[in-house]
Write a protein that binds this ligand. Structure first.
Ligand code: TRP
Length: 326
């Protein structure tokens, strides 16, 4: 039987932290063995946040290097830059023509971002391009975070609408939500999700140097008391550090509690810092060496774009025929 297809995109905006790693990248790396996978860097979506051009270019390349450093293997997965497969934009336009305005206006992410960046047409139409990114590969599943479920529902609705208007063309893909990792919270505010926009002391970037990691863990907010116990209600700080420890070491939280019974926060934190230094140093070294040779990095992305284009073009031929363009 042919492998099922998984598709997902990641926005190139700033530092990638351990929350992103545990919530998305690690899952992508696991999926590449089970599914036929298409993973792309959504540079066109990033434009809706008006980034500085030089910075954007750098972030696109850095993100590609980071994905490869984390273990995405170009032999197993199709990794590319969204704008290198222009068919996404063509299908995005076509989907716009069947999307009710009200559906786009009620998207939570649009409302949030419109407050920050102003009501740009690109922000409003963000979900139709995302729907195109997905539907063009006819996937079975789309690994995403909770915040993207609404966009995925719209994608499914657009697939249904297109199919009923023009004949069966698209599959309705399912969201693949990652449930096994507790949400990683901010180090300086463990009541909110870890976030790169909250400032560098809130997160550990995958590319942080060892001493930076040690310092950030040392200064991470902990709770009054001295017991190392998982209790997110009353001990948000220690609970967050415990789940990070567990996710990176593979040890269960219960066994970590046992291991650190009677020990103080300082020892626990210094062990956690060393664990992170050790796990991240491998990724960091590989990342730096990939960035030393940008030419071969771009080559990997070009090969990815070519192979994605083949699949996308096949879908577009069918779409163009169905809607009467050819
Ligand atoms: N909107 C997604 C996010 O912010 C990124 C994205 C763009 C995406 N196109 C996609 C995710 C297609 C999955 C599939 O995370």
């Amino acid at each position: 039987m042919a492998k099922e297809i998984a598709v997902s995109g990641v926005q190139p905006s700033g530092d990638i932290h351990i929350g992103n790693y545990l919530g998305a990248i690690k899952q992508f790396v696991e999926l590449q063995d089970k599914y036929k996978t298409f993973f792309f860097i959504v540079d066109l979506h990033a434009l809706t946040e008006s980034p500085d051009p030089k910075k954007l270019r750098e972030q696109i390349i850095n993100l590609a290097a980071l994905y490869l450093a984390c273990g995405l293997d170009p032999k197993k997965t199709t990794l590319f830059i969204q704008s290198h497969v222009p068919a996404h934009v063509e299908l995005g336009w076509i989907l716009n023509t069947i999307t009710p305005l009200g559906e786009l206006q009620r998207m939570t992410q649009f409302k949030d971002k419109a407050e920050k960046h102003g009501v740009l047409a690109g922000l409003l139409n963000y979900p139709t391009l995302m729907a195109a990114d997905i539907l063009i590969y006819n996937p079975d599943v789309v690994p995403v975070g909770e915040d993207q479920v609404q966009h995925l529902e719209l994608t499914r609705a657009l697939a249904r609408k297109f199919n009923s208007q023009y004949g069966n063309t698209f599959r309705e893909p399912k969201a693949l939500l990652r449930k096994d990792v507790a949400r990683v919270m901010g180090l300086d505010d463990p009541t909110k999700k870890m976030s790169k926009s909250a400032g560098p002391n809130n997160y550990i970037a995958l590319t942080d140097e060892p001493d930076v990691i040690r310092k950030k863990i040392k200064t991470a907010v902990t709770d009054s008391g001295s017991e190392i116990k998982y209790d997110p209600q009353n001990k948000a700080g220690i609970s967050n550090l415990l789940s990070i420890y567990s996710a990176f070491s593979g040890e269960s939280i219960a066994s970590l509690e046992k291991k650190y019974a009677g020990k103080n926060y300082g020892i626990f934190k210094s062990d956690l810092a060393e664990l992170l230094v050790q796990k991240l140093s491998h990724i960091h070294e590989k990342y730096k060496s990939l960035l030393k040779n940008k030419k071969s990095l771009m080559k990997i992305l070009d090969v990815g774009a070519k192979s994605a284009s083949k699949v996308a073009e096949k879908t577009m031929e069918e779409v163009r025929k169905k809607i009467g363009l050819i």
